[in-house]
Write a protein that binds this ligand. Structure first.
Ligand code: TIU
Length: 230
């Protein structure tokens, strides 16, 4: 396989974006059993978890290419310590879920670190040399080491995907944008329990000249990774 080029241009909205692969990382948000499988946090909130499945294959394809290129790969997981010391009471008490954070469920305690439901789905399981960030909130920068990790690797551009588009992906992209990172959101590598929120979540990132970042299809990202573009 030919070596990947040092630079590329990705076909994206609102405009193509050029990047340097040496300063680019792949950030995969919360592809956990708790959100994608029945019996987890997502379903306890009343959601149809099958809506998220569509993001798996596009993410898997980009992840494979990122591994081939040696890009830093960062996976995040939303969850809490077993003693719930990092879970705000307001988050635990929110809404009328069938099970609350910390309650025992079919995949272990809901949204608790170390439980089976907290794991990343097997199709996207992190490799030993990849970074896994455990986060207590929706944004991946809040109360985590993500900023330090990105600084250490000299990262300027993030390829962002995962679930859900309008919650943890959007919150993380907004946090990243304010910290000066350029975010390219892989549209079909994101999903929501609500298709209309997925569409709106992507639209509000790329509106106003790309107010929070860019949105690109996985095919466009893969083409750039293979050197077909730019
Ligand atoms: N409920 C919902 O849509 N999402 C979350 O609670 N977490 C993430 O998006 N990861």
């Amino acid at each position: 396989m030919p070596p990947s080029p040092a630079r590329a241009t990705i076909t994206a909205e609102p405009a193509p974006i050029g990047l340097d692969w040496a300063t680019t990382a792949l950030l995969i948000i919360d592809m956990q059993r708790d959100f994608l499988e029945p019996g987890g946090f997502g379903e306890t909130l009343g959601n149809d978890v099958s809506q998220l499945e569509r993001a798996v294959a596009p993410i898997a394809a980009v992840l494979k290419a990122a591994r081939r290129m040696g890009l830093p790969v960062i996976h995040t997981r939303e969850g809490h310590r077993p003693d719930l010391s990092d879970a705000p009471p307001a988050k635990i008490a929110r809404g009328a879920p069938s099970l609350r954070i910390g309650d025992p469920g079919p995949m272990g305690r809901i949204l608790i670190r170390g439980e089976p439901g907290h794991d990343i789905i097997p199709e996207l399981a992190p490799h030993a040399d990849e970074i896994v960030i455990d986060k207590p909130g929706k944004g991946a920068f809040y109360a985590t080491e993500l900023g330090d990790v990105l600084q250490k690797y000299g990262i300027e551009t993030l390829l962002v995907c995962g679930v859900t588009t309008e919650v943890c992906v959007n919150t993380t992209v907004r946090e990243a944008n304010d910290r000066g990172y350029r975010c390219i959101v892989i549209g079909d590598g994101c999903a929501s329990y609500f298709p209309e929120f997925h569409a709106a979540g992507l639209a509000m990132i790329k509106a106003q000249g790309g107010i929070f970042g860019w949105v690109a299809d996985s095919d466009a990202v893969l083409a750039a990774m293979k050197g077909d573009v730019g």
